[in-house]
Write a protein that binds this ligand. Structure first.
Ligand code: C2E
Ligand code: CA
Ligand code: CA
Length: 563
């Protein structure tokens, strides 16, 4: 009885391997069959697998193999079976008896048992393959995912060829816009179609994977990098939207790191390419950039800021400085702007070094509320000490406009410190998109209803325009420094433009303040143009709480001759 035989046990145990792949199993079958060939008078054992071609890299030809052949020859009539595996491959078996033997029914039943055993092991292995493939494939685009990408790189590393490759970490330029304006369904179609085009681009020993969202990472041979960059600089994608088909030109931005320029470790190389992309997005308008050490240092510094931020907040390392705004008629303080500084390990870090980083990470909102709390605390101290506080403006990042509870959150802080809302002003910059503009408009109106002033910061730069201001009921417009830098130059166009802007703003019933005024000449011209509130180094740099409190308490009069 075959089931009890030593040979059968050996055959079975050879194939009994946990989580084996089909490919590994095919390699084991010949040695397993060896154990039972003699006992069952097997002269020849053939197997042909017809691959369905569904798999990621399995569009191979049909695999045909002779698993066993007796050197003394075999009869030419075959016992055959054809069975399917779960991934729709088909395994065809053909067994021939040794020369001079005809199998009886019992022997045929035993042979069928062997075939069914092999088949069930194949089923298990192909399920493993399917499972592995799912784990290594991106569900939306069918491109390989991070898991497969890493495995692929490791395989190249084992073959000792990885150093000839470059990692390109790319992010689509206008994808957020597409998602917002055309909807996520169109966004998904774009990603699918884009991936399809990328798939056609890479060669046999290369790979492009989707790393989530609109991030794509390519591992290409060094000599193909430029061609790829050129290709992804503009990829035309056709998408159906409603009853029309539109073509979208998709371009990407990329951070590039050759494996040879990195530590040689693939995880580091991917990280460096990603850091280069991060750096590129913040500091450059170009579409791609190669990794270098200084990028790494800057990115590392930014990461330190991000990871240390919460501790710094808890340790109260952020200080609020106050820069006076001066009334030109009285030469006294008419208000001030709260500007944050970071006191870290004995030195003062200016906001230009950390505000953009925190803004990028969405952490700035916590800092703004921290500043608002300190400001309210300080206002309360001034009032308690009998000092009349001048209105303090607090910078709020436009990221706050996503917060549906913003007004309530601000009111909660003000109420906590029992601050009179008229002592506060919120400074915001304008936004590009119409949604953000609507949110800003609503915020301004809600603040006005609660007697809190709002101002538009950096006016004259970025997106600000007079036509937008017509519907925005802010109290104050802050003219940006860049606008007044050249007003003293004879015949300067800025001066003519500024004059008309000031007339329009005051005509619309808003107050105006110029910031970044450094010379008495600039102040004189501003005054001539009816801009009576000025903030700038001409009067004071941002001052510590103590210094500012002193000037506020003494009713400081600035001794600046601007006549
Ligand atoms: P900002 O809101 O435009 O602030 C004005 C900046 O111009 C301040 O720089 C101020 O010190 C500087 N400044 C004022 N007068 C003059 C001048 O006469 N000449 C020159 N060259 N500069 C002048 P600071 O304090 O370094 O702040 C830089 C930026 O950081 C601010 O620009 C603001 O965008 C941001 N920031 C500062 N504090 C906060 C905050 O609490 N929250 C948020 N979200 N952003 C903040
Ligand atoms: Ca400001
Ligand atoms: Ca400003």
């Amino acid at each position: 009885m075959i089931l009890c035989s030593e040979g059968y046990r050996k055959f079975y145990n050879t194939l009994l391997v946990e989580s084996i792949s089909c490919e590994d199993l095919y390699n084991l079958i010949p040695s397993a069959v060896e154990h039972i060939a003699g006992e069952l008078n097997i002269g020849k054992f053939e197997m042909r697998v017809e691959f369905s071609g569904n798999g990621s890299d399995r569009d191979k030809e049909n695999a045909f193999s002779v698993l066993y052949e007796n050197p003394d020859g075999f009869e030419l009539y075959a016992h055959t079976r054809s069975l399917r595996t779960p991934n729709k491959d088909r395994a065809n078996f053909a067994l021939f008896p040794v020369k001079g033997v005809t199998w009886n029914d019992d022997e045929k039943a035993a042979i069928d048992l062997v075939i069914r055993n092999i088949h069930s092991f194949l089923q298990k292995a192909s399920l493993n393959d399917l499972l592995n493939m799912r784990q290594m494939t991106d569900y939306l685009t069918s491109l390989p995912n991070t898991v497969y990408f890493t495995k692929f790189c490791n395989d190249l590393n084992i073959r000792g060829v990885l150093k000839g490759y470059t990692v390109i970490f790319s992010n689509l330029k206008s994808f957020n816009y597409i998602n917002q304006q055309l909807g996520s369904r169109v966004g998904d179609m774009v990603l699918k179609e884009y991936s399809h085009k990328l798939r056609a681009f890479y060669g046999n020993d290369e790979l492009i994977a989707r790393f989530g969202g609109d991030n794509f990472v390519a591992l290409l041979k060094n000599e193909n990098v430029e061609k790829y960059l050129d290709y992804i600089s503009l990829v035309n994608i056709s998408v159906a939207s409603g009853n029309q088909t539109r073509t979208l030109g998709i371009s990407a931005r990329s951070g590039i790191c050759p494996v040879a320029a990195s530590t040689g470790n693939i995880t580091d190389t991917i990280g460096f390419a990603n850091s280069t992309l991060e750096y590129l997005k913040r500091n450059s308008d170009s579409d791609h950039m190669y990794f270098n050490e200084s990028i790494l240092k800057k990115v590392q510094k930014d990461r330190d800021i991000i990871s240390y931020f919460r501790t710094a907040l808890a340790r109260k390392e952020f200080l609020v400085y106050y820069q006076p705004k001066v009334c030109m008629n009285t030469k006294r303080i008419s208000g001030c702007e709260a500007l944050v500084r970071w006191e870290h390990e004995g030195s003062i870090i200016s906001p230009g070094d950390f505000v953009p980083v925190l803004e990028n990470e969405g952490l700035i909102c916590d800092l703004d509320f921290y500043v608002l709390e300190r400001v309210c605390e300080n206002i309360k101290c001034w009032v308690d000490d009998g000092i009349i506080p001048a209105k303090v403006s607090v910078n709020f990042s436009k990221l706050h406009l996503r917060n549906g509870n913003l007004v309530e959150d601000i009111m909660q802080v003000i109420t906590k410190y029992k601050v009179n809302p008229s002592h506060l002003e919120i400074e915001l910059t304008e936004s590009a998109s119409s949604d953000a503009y609507k949110a800003l408009e609503k915020f301004v109106d809600d603040m006005r209803a609660r007697r809190i002033c709002t101002s538009i910061d950096d006016f004259g730069t970025g997106y600000s325009s007079l036509s937008l201001l017509k519907d925005l009921h802010v109290n104050v417009i802050k003219i940006d420094k860049s606008f007044i830098d050249d007003i003293t130059v004879p015949g300067s166009r800025d001066r003519i433009i500024l004059a008309s802007i000031l007339t329009m703003i005051t005509g619309l019933g808003m107050d105006v303040i110029a910031e970044g005024c450094e010379t008495p000449e600039q102040a004189a011209i501003l005054r001539e143009l009816n801009c009576n509130n000025i903030q700038g180094y001409l009067f004071d740099k941002p001052l510590s709480y103590e210094e500012y409190t002193r000037k506020l308490a003494e009713g400081h009069v600035y001794d600046v001759n601007i006549e």
